[in-house]
Design a protein around this ligand. Structure first.
Ligand code: GDP
Length: 334
């Protein structure tokens, strides 16, 4: 490890936000030499030390995610906690533009020394975003943040990914008529530990309360999960503007995480997640190596066409590539 990376590791471990920011830039880099330093950095900041509460937060644009994170983040900081916010924005993976990257979001929070906010990197494919976000979470944890909020926009794939790196998953919804309840995909409902119906204030309060009881009913119909204590998953109302319901939401999160810690579900979930990401990294790394050999890459492209044309069965084509690997040095790179 270079001296610079060693210094960076020390800065991160000391909780310095500038060092954390540079460390995340390093793990986001696609350059091979940066990658090597990033791996050394993550190794130096070994996991198994401090654990933050990782909260996945999802909601479609307009439900009030930024307003909520600003209010909830400040609420937590007022209770003496340090809060990191990471955004996962699948739109930036496609277009390079970011819904969540807007610099004017969360102004009060971003100026607070006990907060750290990082928008989604532009122009990275979703797999790359997954790894980068997971590594950024680990870095925030190593930097001593108590709560890491991982925010994403309501698009199926990114939600699953965020849930796979979170301890609890919160779904933020807006007040709506009964029909719109159907608009939330069942899969996303099933991921939620807590549903927060936001904007429960002023004229919207009544609708929010009704929406909340609709979701309470809908949640009761879901299959009971082993990782849930009595009464979970649950739906509650909040207002990011008036801050009503924030203490209750935090209490509900604390009750849930305490129960999961005591019952062993917390450790089991973290262990499973670590194993999952290890396999994902291995898979991605192997594919990258295959891609780095021009002969194999050419063969894969050609076989892909033959498979698409129906000239060859997928199984046979895959087998051919695997057989060719035996004769290649691609797996012997260091
Ligand atoms: P995001 O796209 O999910 O990040 O949503 P924003 O935080 O940008 O909020 C979208 C709109 O909803 C803005 O006009 C906010 O002022 C408004 N909003 C957010 N939270 C609340 C709330 O608790 N009550 C009310 N009445 N409006 C809210």
């Amino acid at each position: 490890m270079s001296q610079a990376t060693e210094d960076l590791a020390q800065g991160v471990a000391a909780g310095e936000r500038r060092a954390l920011s540079r460390a995340i830039t390093l793990v986001e880099s696609a350059r091979a030499d940066h990658r090597a330093e990033a791996v050394a950095l993550l190794d130096a900041l070994k996991p198994g030390g401090r654990q933050a509460l990782r909260i996945g937060l999802s909601g479609t644009p307009g439900v009030g995610k930024s307003t909520f994170i600003e209010a909830f983040g400040m609420f937590l900081i007022e209770r003496g906690l340090r809060v990191a916010v990471l955004a996962v924005d699948p739109s930036s993976a496609r277009s390079g533009g970011s819904i969540l990257g807007d610099k004017t979001r969360m102004e009060t929070l971003s100026r607070n020394p006990n907060a750290f906010i990082r928008p989604s990197p532009a122009r990275t494919h979703l797999g790359g975003v997954a790894r980068r976000t997971r590594e950024a979470v680990a870095l925030c944890e190593a930097a001593g943040f108590d709560v890491v909020l991982i925010e994403t926009v309501g698009v199926g794939q990114s939600e699953t990914m965020v849930a796979e790196m979170s301890d609890v998953f919160v779904l933020l919804l807006a007040p709506a008529g009964g029909d719109e309840l159907q608009g939330v995909k069942r899969g996303i409902m099933e991921m939620a530990d807590i549903i927060l119906v936001n904007k429960a204030d002023g004229d919207l309060k009544q609708t929010a309360t009704r929406t909340c009881s609709d979701y309470t009913g809908a949640l009761r119909l879901l299959r009971k999960r082993p990782q849930d204590p009595e009464g979970y998953p649950k739906a509650m109302t909040v207002s990011a503007v008036t801050r009503d319901g924030l203490p209750e939401a935090w209490q509900a999160l604390e009750t849930l995480t305490e129960w999961r810690r005591d019952s062993g579900h917390w450790d089991r979930a973290r262990a499973e997640q670590a194993r999952h990401w290890f396999m994902e990294d291995l898979r991605a790394g192997l594919l990258a190596r295959l891609d780095s050999d021009p002969d194999i890459r050419e063969r894969i492209t050609r076989l892909g066409e033959e498979v698409a044309d129906g000239r060859k069965a997928p199984t046979v084509a895959a087998d051919e590539v695997l057989a060719a690997l035996g004769k290649s040095t691609v797996l012997e790179q260091d």
